[in-house]
Design a protein around this ligand. Structure first.
Ligand code: HEC
Ligand code: HEC
Length: 402
């Protein structure tokens, strides 16, 4: 049944495309394109959001006093605006009496390496990793393509996946990272960031605007460390230095920019698939049969979204967006409910465009990335190592088609 179905489709599609060449453009989008089927007003919001995502901000706009880059696109630009990059952000922490401490008083949890010129010509210097930091995690910049779809996956679907794993594959069972939405106060299933500690694009935009660019916005609730996105980051944790801060706090009068970033990423299409060969199809089967797909779930679905372009859509992110105990592959940082050894199953769409792999870019090839799977990822890794060499090549061909 299945193969007949595939054959008839691979035959009909090219014929249809010959007859109606414009039809090819209907399904497939390119990197950085908007989702197909947006309304005119949604397309406008996408374009305006993209402009904001690319806009270079200066000191007068509120950048600093310490920051990492002056635009979102400075880090998110591989393939197209919104992509990932080989740029890293650094998170720090330590353990005091077995409790994780994000070292807020020393400039944590995120290090900002650049400084601005403040009032009275005061020269802010970028932060350095403080001596107290015993845990230092480098985090690679992921792509944001398709994240509107991820944002639209209902919490209950992810909770359901965790229950299914606990019942059917307990040895790899993940768990949701329940976190507070800092705008609504609601308890949500986190899904963004390497630890799935952020529930949606709005929260991530506000957080990134502050932590990466030093621009604060009003109207947020305190996070688990009691910090507010409304408040400036004191350089190296020293609040007395905020005295020379040139622009009032919060920097933005409202969350307009945060809404623009959110609009852009909400309507950003997922990355297009690469060429699908016979080897790719074989590799996909192996990916499922050796257990990779237990965590890297090939398809999730969005719920009943206000926008038809995002309503009841398939989300081929190859992730369950749950936390898994990866043992030595963990980065030691605690965020939300995520412990040090726990990481979010990394989505694999767009993999073929990535310069390096894993949260700290420690792997430069896909094979290395697989071989680094520890903890709950061990048994799938061992099954990969036991495959025949040509089967390993097929699996890698599949990954290279994502
Ligand atoms: C200095 C580089 C840098 C800048 C500037 C930057 N980002 Fe990021 N971005 C990162 C890194 C690193 C991560 C991974 C963060 C983590 O999980 O610790 C990330 C993650 C994200 C994610 C989550 C991706 C996922 O797979 O879950 C979103 C959404 C995002 N950034 C949006 C933005 C927006 C919007 C801006 C501008 C306001 C921005 N970023 C500016 C480096 C950057
Ligand atoms: C127990 C769940 C689990 C299983 C099973 C699993 N993975 Fe992963 N995988 C993860 C997690 C978690 C990460 C993120 C690790 C990190 O943060 O560095 C990841 C990361 C990756 C990456 C790197 C992605 C990136 O963006 O850098 C690749 C490639 C990958 N996995 C492929 C595989 C393959 C192939 C298999 C089967 C042999 C597999 N995984 C099995 C959980 C799993």
């Amino acid at each position: 049944m299945r193969s007949t179905h595939c054959r008839s489709r691979s035959f009909t599609l090219p014929v249809l495309m010959l007859l109606f060449p414009w039809a090819a453009a209907l399904g497939q989008t390119d990197f950085g394109d908007p989702l197909p089927g947006l309304t005119a007003s949604e397309l406008n919001r996408f374009q305006a959001g993209k402009a904001a995502f690319k806009e270079v901000e200066g000191t007068a706009d509120g950048v600093g006093p310490v920051f990492n880059r002056d635009s979102c696109v400075a880090c998110h630009d591989n393939q197209a605006t919104g992509g990932g990059s080989a740029i890293f952000s650094t998170r720090i922490g330590t353990r005091i009496n077995r409790q994780f401490d994000p070292l807020v008083r020393r400039g944590g949890p995120v290090i900002q390496t650049e400084g601005i010129v403040g009032r009275e010509g005061y020269l802010y210097v970028g932060e350095v990793i403080p001596a107290e930091a015993t845990i230092i995690a480098r985090r690679r910049t992921p792509q944001t393509f398709g994240l509107g779809l991820v944002d639209a996956v209902p919490d209950m679907l992810l909770v359901g996946l965790a229950i299914k794993q606990a019942l059917r594959t307990p040895e790899i069972a993940g768990r949701p990272n329940f976190v507070t939405d800092l705008r609504t106060g609601q308890w949500r299933v986190g899904r963004l960031g390497w630890k799935a500690a952020v529930p949606n694009l709005t929260n991530f935009s506000g957080d990134a605007y502050k932590e990466e660019m030093g621009i604060t916005t009003p109207g947020w609730l305190p996070d688990e460390d009691g910090r507010l996105i409304d408040d400036e980051n004191p350089p190296q944790g020293d609040t007395s230095l905020l005295e020379y801060n040139p622009v009032g706090n919060p920097n933005e009068g409202d969350i307009e920019d945060v809404v623009l970033f959110t609009d852009f990423m909400t309507f950003l299409a997922p990355p297009p698939r690469g060429v699908i060969t016979v080897a790719v199809r074989q590799g996909e089967k192996l990916f499922a049969s050796i257990g990779c797909a237990d965590c890297h779930v090939p398809a999730l679905y969005t719920g009943n979204h206000v926008s038809p372009a995002l309503r009841f859509r398939r989300v081929a992110a190859y992730s369950d967006f749950l936390l898994h105990d990866m043992s030595a592959l963990g980065d030691g940082i605690e965020q939300g409910q995520a412990r040090g050894t726990e990481m979010r199953t990394a989505p694999l769409w767009g993999l073929r465009t990535q310069p390096s792999f894993l949260h700290d870019g420690r792997a430069t090839t896909l094979r290395e990335a697989i071989l680094q799977h520890a903890g709950q990822g061990s048994s799938a890794r061992i099954r990969f190592q036991r495959l025949k060499w040509w089967e390993q090549e097929q699996l890698l061909a599949f990954l290279n088609s994502l």
